[in-house]
Design a protein around this ligand. Sequence first.
Ligand SMILES: CC(=O)SCCNC(=O)CCNC(=O)[C@H](O)C(C)(C)COP(=O)(O)OP(=O)(O)OC[C@H]1O[C@@H](n2cnc3c(N)ncnc32)[C@H](O)[C@@H]1OP(=O)(O)O
Ligand SMILES: N[C@@H](CCO)C(=O)O
Length: 384
Amino acid sequence: MTLPSTSNAAGTAGRTAPQHSAGDGVLRHARIGSLHLETGGYLPDVSLAYETWGTLNADADNAVLVAHALTGSTHVARGSSDEDGWWDALVGPGKTVDTDRYFVVCINMLGGCYGSTGPSSPDPQGLPWGSRFPFVTVRDSVRAEARLADQLGIRVWHTVLGGSLGGARALEWAATEPGRVQRCAVIACTAASSAEQIAFGQAQLEAIRLDPDFNGGDYYNGRAPVAGLGLARRIAHITYRSEAELEYRFGNGAQLEEDPLGSALPAARGRYAVESYLDHQARKLADRFDANSYLLLTEALMSHNVARGRGSVRQALASAGAEFFIAAVDSDRLYLPQHSYELAAALPRKTGVHMISAPIGHDGFLTDVEQIGVPLRDRFFGAP
Ligand SMILES: CC(=O)SCCNC(=O)CCNC(=O)[C@H](O)C(C)(C)COP(=O)(O)OP(=O)(O)OC[C@H]1O[C@@H](n2cnc3c(N)ncnc32)[C@H](O)[C@@H]1OP(=O)(O)O
Ligand SMILES: N[C@@H](CCO)C(=O)O
């Protein structure tokens, strides 16, 4: 298994402001100090990985934070390396989030495996944290990200936006740091995880934990639990796609290259096309993601509840100074549009829900993101 870099080595020392205002989509690390976590855990030395694009202006009022989804990285847009970004259609020169005008920042979530301190990072003794890495919440990550914003000289975000887990982070930013978020876009996400979302998450967690190679989370000196992680991804991926899309693309047919004449019974051959597709998704994720980070971020998402400790959702967001943009995917069977309407109804100011019309389901917030380009530009990113 190839793991992305999880180095704790900070590219910038201590709490001094990094000397870069012009960004280029290059991975950087910032040490933000120790963190006491919401549920009692403690991390003595936290490093956050991030990328930036564009230039922070003299008034520092053009900074935009983009939050990635569950398995996303900091690479939201192309940079000097030309490697594709996961929201290239939305973020870049001349795009809705125009990197010629805005200073765009994307931070790997605390506990992730794209460079921020996570379970595969070394503890103070130099050993991987593994099973000893504490439970983190979306709120913990926001508190950590706020320290990085301080280091970058960003007192207030022009906009914070994200989809799915990234939407949860954006919403939590608006509630946790109400004075620091002017605009907030929550896409394909809700105010709190539902029972069904938690249930899907739990099945994924069990798949990983039951892999003998998981070893309670301490597997860094042995084989990684790729089978468990792959099974978790299969379960998740089914929820990310719609029944109609799977039917249209794969039906009940056999995997074609194994059955060029289309004559075999897939059941007899043991492999349907949709199985092959899920196997591919499983392998792809297991090749790029750490199982402990997958567990940790999934648990963080399961615990997402912007109202926790703040009364109702309405009360939690009452003091949020941000203007909101809420979007959902019409075919999403994981983050139901109805829940986005409920979130919109709880906001301090009347806000509609922009509907992304895509047949594929939840992943539509990635594959069809261009559909929010115009409304988001109209609402948040109009003329300078
Ligand atoms: C390094 C990083 O990737 S950072 C992370 C960035 N990504 C993110 O933030 C989100 C994570 N990404 C994703 O979830 C997905 O990549 C998405 C949602 C963006 C992709 O969605 P889509 O474009 O609809 O891709 P789709 O689900 O059709 O999958 C296509 C893949 O399935 C493969 N495939 C299609 N049918 C079959 C089949 N019958 N058997 C086997 N494989 C198949 C394709 O060959 C293709 O493979 P590839 O991705 O290796 O090129
Ligand atoms: N496909 C996305 C969906 C999560 O919302 C991901 O892997 O991050």
